[in-house]
Design a binder for this molecule. Structure first.
Ligand SMILES: N[C@@H](CCC(=O)N[C@@H](CS)C(=O)NCC(=O)O)C(=O)O
Length: 247
């Protein structure tokens, strides 16, 4: 099976797919795209304009959930979902959907707004990627790239503020799923991968880290290798930040 994962540096849904490939022992090549080039390259290579995209023996796939479903079909062990008759099947699919459609956008908007304030922080996230261009050559384009990403993701100050205000309630929800045994098992399921990859990215934002550390939700990031990249504390205005739990 020839498998190619098309990704962007530090992309959390790409990390979810990469972890699933690792769990299933599927060998693959990761192709890191320069941010924004996915709009041109994606349709040709994997049939979409966002990452993760994938080609498996010529079959084109796009979207983290679509890819995870296909990987379960192609390599059933270990399964990422319980069997359809299992009582955990529907809640797990719902947690995965929420992780994709609701939580996934949260770090995107916060990080885009932080990049507008500190474009140099973008470079740190490229550290682990094999990009086709040296990061030094891309440096002059970082402020414009940050602006384009923010427009694409509708990341404005008011949106990032609203995301930060909603985050403690979202973390409570994840903590409850962990307490119920739906998330956080020894071996990650599809919802763990979707939600855990987002938490790992959120933990890379210095100002957000204290909101997550010490909560059960924080341990979902442990299914992944440590992230490369950081927004240093102090980039986001202090008045935007809700108090940490127990503070
Ligand atoms: N929710 C989808 C969308 C993924 C998505 O939006 N990925 C971002 C990177 S994390 C992306 O491709 N951004 C570039 C763009 O929207 O042009 C998934 O899980 O596959």
């Amino acid at each position: 099976m020839s498998t190619k994962l098309y990704a962007l540096p530090a992309s959390h849904p790409c990390a979810a797919v990469e972890a699933a490939l690792g769990l299933k022992g599927i060998e693959f090549d990761r192709v890191d795209l320069v941010p924004m080039t996915q709009l041109l390259i994606g349709p040709l290579r994997y049939g979409g304009m966002t990452v993760p995209g994938m080609r498996i023996d010529g079959e084109k796939l796009v979207g983290s959930r679509t890819i995870l479903r296909r990987l379960d079909e192609l390599r059933p062990e270990p399964p990422l979902l319980p069997p359809p008759g299992d009582e955990r099947y529907a809640p797990m699919l719902e947690a995965e959907r929420w992780g994709d459609e609701v939580l996934q956008g949260v770090p995107r908007r916060i990080i885009d707004v932080a990049f507008l304030r500190r474009p140099s922080a973008m470079e740190s996230y490229a550290g682990g990627a094999k990009l086709p261009l040296p990061v030094g050559l891309m440096r002059p384009a970082l402020p414009l790239t940050a602006r384009l990403m923010a427009i694409k993701n509708k990341a404005r100050d008011d949106a990032a503020r609203a995301d930060l205000a909603a985050l403690p309630g979202q973390l409570d929800r994840i903590d409850r799923w962990i307490a119920d045994g739906l998330l956080g098992g020894e071996q990650p399921n599809a919802a763990d991968l979707q939600i855990g990859s987002t938490l790992r990215l959120l933990l890379s934002i210095g100002d957000v880290r204290p909101l997550i550390e010490g909560r059960p939700a924080g341990k979902l990031s442990q299914y992944f290798p440590p992230i490369v990249g950081e927004i240093p504390p102090g980039v986001l205005p202090a008045e935007w930040l809700p108090p940490a739990a127990g503070a």
